[in-house]
Design a protein around this ligand. Structure first.
Ligand SMILES: Cc1ncc(COP(=O)(O)O)c(C=O)c1O
Length: 477
């Protein structure tokens, strides 16, 4: 008897879906002049009641593709907000294949686990994490950071997972510009976000190492248990890379776990031009790398590399009666907090296998050069100003139209400019605040972005800021 959920004409549906995917890839190859709005007809079609009877898969897929086409897609070459992703084509195919098999990468799969082992090894080699290493794939940098810090807490206070600690206060240390996932982890791990020591920055917006030494010494004197130091290798705001070697010295002196949040920036460790910034990576206890950011594969594909895999097992190992274990039978679930776990590794494995490490290095170098190009264009521009030199590929800048000196006025002008940029649709970026200064921020992580797209940022921002009327127009200037 046929399954009630068998897909009629599945060959046709697959061919149709493949055509739609190809259309979207062609659409991502070049920037488009506008960001189309979702038309009312499509909006209405997304508002209907639950269908009692099914309908044609081809029509449903066409409708889905039309709605997606009017949505904000990060793979477009001029999507420069936040830290985007690129929907790498081979990764999309890997996701489709992995979803078709739909295995659960939480328990031993008898084969697919090997993708995870090999992709981890290739990634560690690419960025120079060094041996020994172990690790896992996770749903985003937030989860990888949480996982690492859970392991660090269990090492700092063995048995915490069972007993809830011994009443002593705990603390985490990071720079003032660390990602908020560090505070979130502190909240979830009963460390408390107030016990995150957000340390001052040095002149390059990196964690001040001397301040870390002082904070650790003061906490140890006061009976506080240091759980971990979280270095950021590529801050979200400006791309600053904390000095890993010096931080490793301090952590070694005090016996504290050193975790690196390289969710955004760590792939740049593979490049000739930025690699030196990451010196000391071979001395850290753990590192987060989001392959869905600068390694271009579709979301979400975060990797946590750890020096000691046993630390994960001591933190997450569970022996349930319905999951058989044995000397030869171990399960990824004993090292992670997820149970139903898609095979995230396949898309990264395919990406390395199909493109090779050199292509990734080249793509990242291009993005680094694009940040440098934008910095030069802004520096030479009469009405635009970069707010810092790029360490990696993120850059904050502002327009004179949004630089009156009155913070509230400038915040409102910057917000109006971002709204104008969104309505215009040629580029996409977001507002940020740097040292209290309202500004615009871009981040280059997309392999499709070209130098012409970088030039478009300058043209579009200047044109729209002048059109808002707050600045002299290019002709008058
Ligand atoms: C430095 C850093 N850490 C962590 C994260 C969180 O990653 P995810 O969004 O994959 O959870 C981000 C996100 O941009 C980030 O830039």
């Amino acid at each position: 008897m046929t399954s009630p959920l068998a897909l009629p004409d599945r060959e046709q549906a697959l061919a149709h879906a493949a055509g739609l995917v190809l259309d979207s890839w062609r659409g991502f190859d070049r920037a488009r002049p506008i960001q189309p709005a979702l038309d009312e007809g499509l909006r209405a079609r997304l508002d209907g009641p639950l269908p009692e009877r099914g309908s044609d898969a081809g029509d449903a897929l066409t409708l889905a593709a039309a709605v997606l086409d009017a949505s904000l897609s990060q793979p477009r070459p001029r999507y420069l907000a936040y830290v985007g992703s690129s929907g790498l084509e081979i990764g999309v195919l890997g996701d489709a294949l992995a979803a078709a098999h739909d295995l659960n990468a939480a328990v031993a799969t008898g084969g697919a686990d090997l993708f995870e082992r090999q992709a981890l090894r290739w990634l560690a080699e690419l960025i120079g994490f060094g041996a020994p290493f172990d690790g896992l794939f996770a749903a985003g940098g937030t989860i990888s950071n949480l996982t690492a810090l859970a392991a660090a807490r269990e090492r700092a206070l063995p048995g915490f997972r069972a007993s809830g600690g011994d009443g002593r206060p705990l603390a985490l240390y990071c720079s003032a510009e660390a990602h908020y996932s560090v505070r979130r982890a502190a909240e979830l791990l009963a460390i408390g976000s107030r016990n995150v020591r957000a340390l001052p920055l040095d002149g390059r917006r990196r964690m001040d190492v001397a301040a870390l030494g002082r904070a650790l010494a003061a906490d140890l004197r006061a009976g506080v248990v240091p759980v971990a130091v979280v270095a950021t290798a590529g801050t979200t705001l400006t791309g600053a890379v904390d000095p890993l070697d010096e931080l490793a010295d301090v952590c070694a002196e005090h016996g504290v776990w050193l975790h690196v949040d390289g969710a955004y920036g760590l792939p740049a460790a593979a490049t000739a031009s930025a690699g030196a910034l990451f010196a000391g990576l071979d001395r850290v206890d753990s590192a987060t790398v989001d392959a869905h950011k600068w390694l271009a594969v579709p979301k979400a594909c975060s990797v946590l590399l750890v020096r000691d895999g046993g630390a994960l097992e001591r933190t997450f190992g569970h022996h349930e009666s319905y999951i058989p274990h044995g000397a030869e039978l171990t399960h990824p679930v004993d090292r992670t907090l997820e149970y139903s776990r898609p095979l995230r590794a396949l898309k990264l494995w395919l990406a390395f296998r199909v493109h090779g490490a050199a292509a990734f290095r080249d793509a990242i170098e291009r993005n680094l050069a694009q940040a440098g190009l934008l910095w030069r264009l802004l520096s030479d521009h009469p009405r635009l100003e970069p707010l810092h030199e790029p360490e990696l590929s993120a850059l904050c800048f502002r327009h004179v139209a949004c630089a009156s000196g009155d913070v509230e006025e400038d915040r409102a002008a910057t917000a109006a400019l971002v709204r104008a940029i969104e309505a215009d649709g040629r580029i996409y970026l977001a507002a940020a605040t740097l040292d209290g200064v309202p500004c615009l921020r871009v981040c280059f992580v997309n392999h499709r972005t070209t130098d012409a797209d970088v030039e478009a940022v300058v043209e579009v921002v200047d044109e729209l800021a002048c059109a808002l009327g707050a600045a002299p127009s290019p002709a008058a200037a």
